[in-house]
Design a protein around this ligand. Structure first.
Ligand code: UGA
Length: 444
């Protein structure tokens, strides 16, 4: 089929490359000519394992190219996927729909024949219905232009796998024609047994925000338990393992620590909250305020632990920060818990040295006052305190004996619950783990 993908961020670039790789003819559109140039040259402008290979294969097949022209896109494709961003508005926490509205406004005047427009962006419930009416009103083809919604559940770092083998496909449609076209787009994925949920427009929009709100709630639940564990001398790691054996609860997304960040969970939570209030159902989502507050406290608890571990003051101390990305295998620092903690320690007068395997450049643009180094050794050498804030595998594999030779003082905070505490303590380290408290060096 001939598809277009409008917006080439994580979602759009991955969708375009994967759809072409599955055999469709695809044109990708972005208003940023630099992104279009990069993608046409096989360069992915962000860190996503496996995506460059898929992109290059798709370009070589001749089935994929990128443009900045809405006229080209409308001329080429029969199905248009809308993959633009819906960031948080600065003031209210509501989603900023400027990119969605702009893309529809620019595409519609070019739609002169029967077409299906499929939204994939995460939007407040009710948006799809409004856009459907706007499309019919402003496209020359009028009622022959249909809108469907097809929310996306891909995770950064696993974007390709989540696109070609998702847990499920969800489509919100208003006609059999739209359903059949989407079944055809995803024929090979459906043939592999991926479940398909067909529903209406508002349910499909809500599925996405509900899924992210649930995941955020699960993480904040275990982090609330971490606070109780710290207050009582209990161990949140063991607690998570024990309750996770109950299949109704499950162990995944019960990793206590510094909490969630990134370009999705935090802003989707706030946008969901804001939308519920707008439609008069605010009290149904009151609890999401607590989910957000627990998550923010993970950051302040980490800063407080750093100050306590250093005897009440970090001013003038060298603090090695391992990790700046919001999670491993990503260079994304949007609402990154790690970078927030680093910035707070800088404000407290610490001399902060950051190493992230992929996110140093993006982090430096947001927190330029920190020092950035290219390897772990340079970060930890001479440190008065080490903070493990993003669980890149090279940090999880740190050797307490070797690292101990490099630092000035053997103090470490494991904010992701990934280090073997006893081993670190037995090598003379004071180790504080979120939700498990502080373990002093073990002698003899
Ligand atoms: C998230 C969802 O997982 C995807 O399903 C969704 O499609 C995507 O948002 C989106 O809306 O586009 P992503 O932001 O890539 O994906 O990251 P996750 O893997 O969900 O991690 C989110 C954050 O939660 C990270 O900061 C991670 O460190 C943290 N986390 C995750 C925990 O603190 N504990 C856990 O147990 C799991």
């Amino acid at each position: 089929m001939r598809l277009s993908v409008i917006g080439t961020g994580y979602l759009g670039a991955t969708h375009a490359a994967c759809m072409a790789d599955l055999g469709h003819e695809v044109i990708g559109l972005d208003i940023d000519p630099r992104k279009v140039d990069a993608l046409n040259n096989g360069i992915v402008p962000f860190h996503e394992p496996g995506l460059p290979e898929v992109l290059q294969r798709a370009l070589a097949s001749g089935r994929l190219h990128f443009t900045t022209s809405f006229a080209d896109v409308a001329e080429f494709a029969e199905v248009h996927f809308l993959c633009v961003g819906t960031p948080q508005s600065d003031d209210s926490g509501a989603a900023d729909l400027a990119q969605v509205n702009g893309a529809i406004a620019q595409l519609a005047p070019h739609l002169t024949r029967p077409t299906l427009v499929v939204g994939k962006s995460t939007v407040p419930v009710g948006t799809a219905q409004r856009l459907a009416s706007e499309l019919i009103a402003s496209a020359p083809a009028g009622e022959a232009v249909e809108l469907a919604w097809n929310p996306e559940f891909l995770r950064e770092g696993f974007a390709v796998a989540d696109t070609v083998r998702p847990d499920r496909l969800v489509i919100g449609v208003t006609s059999e024609n739209a359903e059949n076209q989407l079944r055809a787009v995803y024929a090979s994925i459906l043939a592999a047994g991926v479940p398909l949920v067909v529903t209406d427009l508002p349910t499909s929009e809500l599925v996405k925000t509900a899924a992210n709100a649930f995941l955020a709630t699960k993480i904040s639940f275990i982090n609330a338990m971490a606070e109780l564990c710290e207050a009582t001398g209990a161990d949140v790691g063991t607690l998570a393992e024990a309750i996770g054996h109950d299949e109704r609860i499950g162990r995944r997304f019960l990793q206590a620590g510094l909490g969630f960040g990134g370009g999705c969970l935090p802003k989707d939570l706030r946008a969901f909250r804001a939308r519920a209030t707008e439609i008069g159902s605010g009290s149904a989502l009151d609890f999401l305020d607590d989910v957000d507050a627990i998550n923010q406290r993970c950051r302040t608890r980490t800063v407080a632990a750093a100050i306590t571990l250093c005897g009440g003051n970090v001013a003038g101390l060298r603090v090695a920060v391992l990790g700046a990305a919001f999670k491993p295998d990503s260079d994304d620092v949007r609402d990154s818990p790690a970078l927030d903690v680093a910035a707070e320690l800088l404000d407290n007068g610490a001399d902060v040295v950051i190493h992230d395997p992929a996110a140093n450049t993006n982090a430096a643009a947001l927190v330029p006052k920190a020092q950035y180094v290219d390897d772990i050794e340079s970060a930890v050498t001479g440190a008065d305190l080490v903070l493990l804030l993003t669980e890149w595998k090279q940090f999880v594999a740190l050797d307490p004996a070797v690292t101990g030779q490099l630092v000035r003082t053997r103090r470490i905070i494991d904010a992701r619950n990934v280090l073997k505490r006893n081993e670190w303590a037995s090598h003379g380290w004071t180790i504080h783990t979120l939700g498990r408290g502080t373990l002093l060096p073990q002698t003899g």
